[in-house]
Design a protein around this ligand. Structure first.
Ligand code: GLY
Length: 355
């Protein structure tokens, strides 16, 4: 027998959860179908909130990222109040050392005031005080708990195999989705939201591809004297210190499909780039390696808003900025789903830009 819902969100990563929480907070009945929470890019990320350090050029994407960064403090406060948990949000700023001269950059002496012991090759760089970080793993737990607190139904282990459209052609305009075919039977809803990250092509021919990132962490044992007080965003790697002494080093960027595992060369590249950037890291205890799959798109913008199916909304392809873009994606997509009014902020992110 088919299960019936009002709004079904396919995908239980940060984007799916954040949209669900926003919709539910505004009174909608929401159900999430999640294939495998642990595989979401949400867990693999470093949690940088870095529109400036990532050097996103002036564009609707930069505007969206800056808007989302500004939403972060209130968004986190709301989630933490709801759950009583800490998401590790830290407006620590990001220092971006450079090995070559760039216009308007700070000199090395100024850089060293922010962060002593930088590698000798760092001749200068940039300081972005408004960029920061959140502990993405802690945030994932907070979002999951918040969803449960609000009474959002979350079903895990569900793989959506296909959209049922009542028509033979897939992705045909003016059609709508009648149901989802899953490994656990048929699910029906009035509205559907696709938030399946790097796996989106399993369901729709939209250009979202996996871009693998390998990561590792080291740990400083003396939590009273943390050596790093802000993120370091270098030319070859970034170093993200948490307040509990953990330090994340990322990330490779590989076009290898969904090839699993950390490789020796990947870990070697990360460690040598991190030690070049910040030599003291060589003495810290190696703790963990992992990897994940960013949902990349050809122009590196996400795909947001309406789809050729009248009752399907898209929220996928956040590439390097899924953690950063979660609050603004949640508010704009929830608003769009609830009001069905086009949002000018979403125009640049419509799937049809790919023709
Ligand atoms: N946002 C950093 C990364 O994707 O590696």
């Amino acid at each position: 027998m088919a299960r019936n819902c009002e709004i079904l969100i396919i995908g239980g990563g940060i984007i799916g959860l954040a949209i669900a929480i926003e919709l539910k907070s505004q009174g909608a009945a929401v159900t999430i179908l999640c294939r495998n929470f642990a595989e979401a890019a949400t867990h693999a990320a470093a949690g940088m909130l870095a529109p400036q350090a990532e050097e996103i050029p002036p564009s609707p994407m930069l505007d969206l990222c800056l808007e989302s960064r500004a939403l972060y403090p209130d968004w986190i406060h709301k989630l933490e109040s709801l759950t009583g948990l800490n998401a590790g949000y830290w407006a620590c700023g990001i220092l971006a050392p450079r090995y070559q001269h760039s216009e308007k950059m700070l000199d090395r002496a100024s850089l060293l005031i922010h962060q002593p012991d930088l590698g000798e090759e760092a001749i200068g760089g940039f300081w972005f005080p408004q960029d920061g970080q959140v502990d993405n793993r802690a945030l994932a737990k907070v979002l999951w708990m918040a969803a449960q607190e609000l009474g959002i139904e979350i079903h895990t282990g569900i793989h959506v195999d296909a959209f049922g459209t009542g028509e033979p052609a897939r992705f045909k305009s003016d059609s709508s989705i009648t149901h989802l075919e899953t490994n656990q039977g048929i699910w029906k809803a009035d509205r559907y939201i696709l938030a399946t990250g790097a796996w989106s092509q399993d369901l729709l021919p939209i250009p979202v591809f996996p871009r693998k990132g390998q990561m590792l962490s080291v740990r400083v044992l003396d939590r009273e004297n943390l050596p790093l007080k802000q993120v370091l965003y270098g030319e070859e790697s970034y170093i993200v210190p948490r307040q509990d002494g953990r330090i994340i080093v990322g990330a490779t960027s590989e076009n290898v499909g969904f090839q699993a595992g950390n490789t020796a060369i990947g870990v070697h590249q990360l460690l040598s780039a991190a030690i070049r950037l910040y030599p003291p890291i060589q003495h810290f205890t190696l703790e963990e390696t992992w990897y994940g799959f960013r949902p990349a798109t050809p122009d590196e913008f996400p795909i947001l808003g309406s789809s050729p199916y009248g009752n399907l909304t898209l929220a996928a392809g956040h590439y390097r900025n899924g953690i950063l873009l979660a609050p603004v994606t949640a508010s704009t997509i929830a608003q769009f789903v609830l009001t069905e009014k086009p949002d000018p902020r979403l125009e640049a992110f419509h799937w049809s830009r790919y023709g």
